[in-house]
Design a binder for this molecule. Structure first.
Ligand SMILES: CSC[C@H]1O[C@H](OP(=O)(O)O)[C@H](O)[C@@H]1O
Ligand SMILES: Nc1ncnc2[nH]cnc12
Length: 293
């Protein structure tokens, strides 16, 4: 049995996590470069929590300049088994109103300018992304939302765009025609990298606007988004706090295979692997590499 460690990546408007007991900001270095910030490590109801503000305190990094690999590597180094992403998003469906929480279960990755894998020449690996979120983690968030009386919707597809500009009307309509539910700029490659690192991942997508398609809501307006974010910050904190308080203390194995994703994923023959890359993979792929050794 492994102890569960809950990681929380806070998105736009979420730069700290009040309510953590015995907490400290700790700088954790990564062979993948600089993470967005130090992590705040503490406990809620006995459970270890590791919090990282995705854009850094003061919102320093844009969606395209976040070092997603370093962020996920740092989470892994801190022992995170389950990772909850809290993200602002635009709604692509009438029923997902601003203020709601959408617990997405699929992603479409339209980002184009980011490092998307820990693997590459010298250590090639292919993991499955068919079921990108961890069903048990989503269930835990849904139960917490229910208990807190928050408006939420379970299931949905998150379209990850490059940004930082918002979508044109034509793009927004295209993604709607694909059946997407919400749109954001950050959950890819984050979810892919969490899977490579064998960390269970789920997203709480906080709807802040109707993107550009809604005839009654006009263009996306960052001031309006910030207002919705502020108005909902307390709900997001309550939701995360409740997930943490009720979370099982032992890590529950993932029905989607998140925690064993690398078991049969590596393609490169042992004698052809690049020692420099293997050294960088010490945390992310440590479980499987130590077996191979
Ligand atoms: C503040 S609007 C655009 C910004 O908000 C979302 O970030 P995050 O997912 O970190 O909450 C979106 O992806 C954009 O980066
Ligand atoms: N409409 C939108 N498009 C992309 N990212 C967002 N984050 C919040 N609203 C968004």
């Amino acid at each position: 049995m492994t102890d569960a460690v809950l990681g929380i990546i806070g998105g736009s408007g979420i730069y700290d996590l009040p309510g953590l007991e015995d907490s400290q900001w700790i700088e954790v270095s990564s062979p993948w470069g600089a993470p967005s910030d130090a992590v705040r490590i503490g406990r809620i109801n006995g459970l270890k929590i590791v919090f990282l503000p995705r854009h850094g305190r003061g919102h320093v990094y844009s969606p395209s300049t976040i070092n997603y690999r370093a962020n996920i590597d740092v989470m892994k180094r801190c022992g995170v088994t389950d990772l909850l992403s809290v993200s602002a998003c635009g709604s692509l469906k009438e029923q997902h109103e601003p203020g709601m929480f959408v617990l997405v279960d699929q992603f479409i990755d339209r980002t184009i300018a980011r490092e998307k894998s820990f693997f590459g020449s010298g250590c090639v690996a292919h993991v499955s992304m068919a079921t990108p979120v961890s069903p048990k983690l989503v269930d835990a968030v849904a139960a917490a939302a229910e208990a807190e009386g928050l408006k939420y919707h379970k299931g949905g597809t998150y379209l990850a765009m490059e940004g930082p500009q918002f979508s044109s009307l034509a793009e927004s309509e295209l993604y709607r025609s694909w059946g997407c539910d919400v749109i954001g700029m950050t959950n890819m490659p984050e979810a892919k990298l969490a899977r490579e690192a064998e960390i269970c991942y789920a997203t709480v997508a906080m709807v802040t606007d109707y993107d550009s398609w809604h005839p009654d809501h006009g263009e996306v307006d960052i001031q309006a988004i910030i207002k919705v974010l502020h108005d909902n910050a307390e709900n997001a904190q309550r939701l995360v706090g409740r997930v943490a308080r009720d979370f099982p203390k032992n890590h529950q194995s993932c029905p989607a295979g998140s925690d064993t994703a690398l078991e049969f994923a590596m393609m490169t023959a042992a004698d052809k692997r690049d020692p420099a890359l293997l050294a960088k993979l010490d945390a992310v792929a440590g479980r499987i590499l130590s077996k191979a050794g």
